[in-house]
Every structure is written in structure tokens, then in C-alpha cells.
Design a protein around this ligand. Sequence first.
Ligand SMILES: Cc1ncc(COP(=O)(O)O)c(C=O)c1O
Length: 383
Amino acid sequence: MLFALDDAQCQSLAETHGTPCFAYSGAVAEAGFQALRAALPARVRVAYAVKANPHADLLRCFAAQGASFDCASIGELERVEALGLPVGRTFFAGPGKREPELQKALELGVRVQAEGFEDLARIDALATRETAVNLRVHPAFDIDEGNRIIGGSGPSAFGVDEEDVPALLEKAASLTHVRIKGLHVFAASNQRDAAKLKAIHGAVLDLAKRLHEAHGLAFEQIDLGGGLGVPYAPDEAPLDLVGFGHGLSDLLTQHAWFTGELILEPGRFLAGPCGIYLARVVRLKESRGTRFAILEGGINHLIRPLLTGQPFPVKAVGKGEGTVHYTLAGPLCTSLDRLGEVRLPELAAGDLLAFGTAGAYGLNEGMTHFLSHPVPPEVWVAG
Ligand SMILES: Cc1ncc(COP(=O)(O)O)c(C=O)c1O
């Protein structure tokens, strides 16, 4: 499902809240979480990646379903804390954690994903008692074919390179409080192929086994990161959740040496489908054979098309399907402000466009401050 809300709902939201605006369907978010949970073996914990969308109602919705959280900044940690959500179930990742952030993580009792020796040493210095951490490893394998977001098997700012783990462990042996009790490897992004996810996660478990056997690391947790994909176009099939769940069950059976829990940190998969972005056409322009529809909002609100080259799905509310080719441009003073090349019905100024699958990496990833347009409201449409 590309659009969480139907045309009547989009129209009514636009009239009530004005445009541009974002809306999130609580029913779709809840159903998505439940479907994922139902497909997973019991030994898999779901930690929602807050970076995908930190909207308070979304966090509350997932927490109510039993989610843990994956945070990547002190701001995200404080947000989870301020909402009164179970912060003790939280993980803290990120390649550049500063000391106050680590201090906060320790105070809250969250599990830190150490990205290198510096994280281990800083935690050791800050901790007053034995502190379990997960070690983030940047693997040598690249099954997601050099995915731009996660960076493939080349050089990376994330984690410790797999080949450098032995040296890191040797150095870490002298630390007093810190104990490596988990492994974190994030090697997929927006992956909708259950077989490929199984191959990636299998490679992570193989790596965990090698580390366990070579260094006696007893992992309580193996964190597989995020990366579960969602469709952004009608011809893209959704992830086969049942197949995905079976894949994880098979891997747990194959890796009987591992008796701890697997962690998944989906962001896009949980937040994406529930979101809609609504913006009206301000004006239409034809320039040297190209028909532009210039909208109220652009990459200040949805920057993903610029970063990945993949547009969000879009519909002209109340107008049905169409075949007119438009270049969608935003109101910013840069030619980078494009939301995609689309086919829509003949448009007129004032028409309402709805962008689907916009719940993840939408407003919070946009260039909201650029040109100081007002920040659009985010409306929670309760289940
Ligand atoms: C450590 C970590 N976990 C989870 C995620 C969420 O990824 P996704 O939205 O692809 O599921 C990210 C995304 O960057 C991440 O860096």
C-alpha cells in the first residue's frame, strides 16, 4: 500500500490543517508493527530506529506494541526519555558519539553500540561498574551490492573493520568496566528481498560465530540493524514478511551455538508506510518543452528523492490517474529542488498532491530551515 490515507481523508486533512502538511495513520503504523512482530521468531526483538521519524505519537504507538528503540543522538535519547517510554530497552548507535552523549546513555542504562576503541575507552572511563556494550563491526562482505546508504564493504565511518577486530580486542582486554556482550552489524538498506536479507543476516551470524570461536566472545545479543525495505512505486513488491521470518528461524536453527536474542532496528519499514505528505500546486510552467508543477514544498520537506534518485509515490487527490508528464519542483531557490518526474492528470493551481510512503526520512530529513518557510504541521490520525 503506497498511500495510507484515501482521497477524502487527504482532502479533509488539507482543509483542516492547511498545506503543506504531513499526516501519519496510527492504524497503518500499528498494523505494520503487528504484522512484522507476528512474522518474527520470539527470540527477535524489534527496536524502532527513531531517526526514521521521531514523532511522539509514532514512538508511543510502537512502545505500546512492545518496541524497543534505536537512538543515534542525545536528542533522540532525551526524546524517548521525555515521553516516558521504556528507555531501558533502548540502544545507542552512531559513529561520532561525544562524551556527554555516552554519559547520558550510561545514566539511562541504554546499551551502547561501540563503534571503535574510542567508544570502549570512553565508556570504561565513565562507567563505575561493569557495563555491557555491543561492538559494531563493519563487515568485509557486501551482499547488498554497494548500497549507497550503508556503503558496501569499502571504507566506512561505521564500526570497526572486521579485519581490525582482533587488534581492538587485544587493546580492550586492559579495560576495567566495559564488557563486549553483543555484536552489531548493519549491512542492508531498503531491502525488499527476503532471500537477500537472509543471506545478509546469515553472513552476520557466520561472522559472529567466527568471532565467538576465535576470541571466546559470548554474545547475548546480535543486532542485525535496520534495512527492511518498503515499496516506493506500484511495480515494487513488498517484503515477504512470512518468508523473512522463516529465514530468521532457519538461521537461528543453523546457529544453535547462539542462544541469545537477535535485534532488528527497522526504521523505514515501520514508519514509512503510515505517512502522507500533502502539498498544493502553486503554479504550472512550461519551459523549453518541460512541464513543471511548482509546489508549496520541496526538498525542504522531502529530500530523499534528491539523495537517492527515487521519488516518493504521488497522486493528485480527487483526480484519478493521468498520463501528463510533469517535473515536480519545490519553492526553493535552487534547481536541486525537485520531487520527481511523474505522470499525473492535467493539473491546475491549487490542486492537492499527496505523496505516499512519506512517514520515514520525510520531514526530519528535509532541509527545513533552508529559506525559512514555515515548518509544516504533522498530524497524527489515530487508529
Ligand atoms: C544503526 C542504525 N540502525 C537502524 C537504522 C534504520 O535503518 P532503516 O530505516 O533502513 O531500517 C539505521 C539507519 O540509518 C541505522 O544507522
